[in-house]
Design a protein around this ligand. Structure first.
Ligand SMILES: NC(=O)c1ccc[n+]([C@@H]2O[C@H](COP(=O)([O-])OP(=O)(O)OC[C@H]3O[C@@H](n4cnc5c(N)ncnc54)[C@H](OP(=O)(O)O)[C@@H]3O)[C@@H](O)[C@H]2O)c1
Length: 289
């Protein structure tokens, strides 16, 4: 079951997207894209730094007709590399992502990270350059080449700063979010500003033994409901209206991660949220001022 969420500009963004971080190479991208489309995913999340945009573009071109979908029926997100922050570089990087993906427009483009590659976190140029990137994204948005723009890994302070000189309020903030890392203040702030809060690393990133997937509470809810721990973690987010981007190279997992047509009880939702230990499994944006 695929649910959709409306961004503040009226654009629909599917609640479930397919994550592609660390999936690289023609063959694997081709097979997972095919499997994801066949399983029902209509949204794909990539980034310049994932170095898989070209392969994803090729795979979409090839398999969309096979599953009977048109370009307008899918939602493609890419992101600005931290090495391309700044007015001109951001514009060039956007058009490079667009051409790598072999598309005429993107559905969503995000500033991947509030910092700039090779700058120290305390360097004030981080702020200056990311604000220039935002001004560039506003221009691209107004030109119609992207349907929505946003940020990723921004803190409340970074969002407040951006909002001071933005003419377009970011449509999305894509951040790490799961029962071990709630970021409640950030979530509330995004909600108050009409910024859609989208979760990444819902399953605890690509690690051999994910503490999230192995959390006792998660596994006990899963076995009681005859669902997998991954499905419980993903449903915990979507039931709150939070978008997710599960990543997998395993076809069974790919199918399972979109089958979220069950409800967690209010008690289970609360018990899962109570697992918060403020533990990040991906990179930490709070080191960037
Ligand atoms: N904006 C950002 O800074 C940022 C940062 C991180 C991630 N993201 C986005 O969010 C996506 C997801 O986050 P992530 O890549 O960190 O990983 P994730 O989705 O949290 O976890 C991926 C891991 O979970 C395993 N897995 C997937 N489905 C499973 C299932 N049903 N049962 C058991 N294990 C399962 C995968 O292994 P198998 O392949 O074996 O299934 C893989 O090892 C990324 O791919 C990317 O698109 C964005």
């Amino acid at each position: 079951m695929q649910k959709v969420g409306t961004l503040s500009n009226g654009v629909f963004m599917p609640l479930i997207g397919f994550g592609t971080y660390k999936i690289r190479g023609h063959e694997i991208i081709s097979s997972v894209t095919k499997a994801a489309l066949q399983a029902g995913y209509t949204s794909f999340d990539t980034a310049a730094i994932y170095r898989n945009e070209s392969e994803l573009g090729e795979a979409l071109e090839k398999f969309l007709p096979e599953v009977g979908l048109t370009r307008e029926e899918i939602f493609i997100t890419s992101k600005l590399s931290p090495s391309d922050q700044g007015r001109e570089k951001c514009k060039e990087a956007f058009y490079l992502s667009l051409s790598n993906l072999k598309l005429d427009y993107l559905d969503l483009f995000l500033i991947h990270w509030p910092g700039v590659k090779n700058l120290k976190p305390e360097d004030p140029k981080n702020r200056e350059l990311r604000n220039q990137s935002w001004a560039s994204l506003e221009e691209i948005y107004k030109s119609g080449k992207v349907r929505a723009i946003g940020v990723s890994n921004y803190s409340v302070a970074q969002l407040k700063d951006l909002l001071q000189h933005a003419s377009v309020v970011p449509h999305v903030n894509q951040v790490e979010y799961h029962p071990h890392y709630l970021q409640s203040e950030l979530k509330q702030f995004c909600c108050s500003q009409g910024i859609t809060f989208q979760a990444y690393s819902s399953l605890g990133t690509t690690v051999k033994e994910s503490p999230l997937l192995q959390d006792q509470k998660v596994t006990s809810v899963a076995s009681r409901l005859s669902r997998s721990p991954a499905q419980v973690l993903l449903r915990w987010a979507t039931q709150q209206g939070v978008g997710i981007l599960p990543k997998s190279t395993n076809e069974e997992h790919i199918r399972e991660n979109i089958q979220l047509d069950f409800d967690l009880s209010a008690e289970d939702l609360e018990a899962l949220s109570n697992l918060n230990i403020n533990k990040k499994y991906a990179w930490d944006p709070l080191v960037v001022f």
